[in-house]
Every structure is written in C-alpha cells, then in structure tokens.
Design a binder for this molecule. Sequence first.
Ligand SMILES: [Mg+2]
Length: 117
Amino acid sequence: MITLEDMEGFFRESMELDEYQKRAESFAVYPKQYSTIYPSLGLVGEAGEVAEKVKKWLRDGYIEKEEVAKELGDVLWYLAVLSRDLGYPLSDIARMNLDKLSSRKKRGKLKGSGDNR
Ligand SMILES: [Mg+2]
C-alpha cells in the first residue's frame, strides 16, 4: 500500500530531479539545430568513459570509484539535457522507467530480452 509519506517522498525526489535538469540546462551550449543528436552522442561517449574506467579495474586490479562517479555525473548531465530536448522532465523519465521495471517484476519478466516485454 502506498502511504502519504511514499507520495511525499516521490514528489520531493521528482522536484530534485527536475531541479537538477533545470540547472543542467544552464550549461548546455550546443547549437539548437543539433538538439537531441548532440546530447545523444555525448551520452554514448560518457557511458564509454564509464566503461573505460571500469575496464582499467581489470587491468590494474583496483577501481577509482571517484573517477567513475565523475563520469556517471557526465552521463547524468547528457541524460538530463537529452530528456529536455525530447520534451520530458527528468522525473518523467525516472517514473516511466520505474513503472516499466515494476510491471516486468510483477509479470516475472525482469529476465529476458526485448524492449517491450
Ligand atoms: Mg567525462
């Protein structure tokens, strides 16, 4: 059962995500004609930087967690501005994802493949 505290927590977290998105937008300086494509490419690039740092864990035997965290922040920034370019508040993206995962869990479909299972 969803309690009033759950709802308050959800709305508080939504505001934090949307506030982050608004603040992130102030750093977006790419030309308008490249909206959506620019942050999509940036998102993939930064995800690659995360993978690169984690890969070095295999080579060097230790992980620089703070460096990975910084790259995750870059991923978050591109996610926020890409969502903005597509017309979605970041809180909507988070809610839609949790709804999808919750539905899959209820139907025993967390494992497997397919975007719309
Ligand atoms: Mg980076």
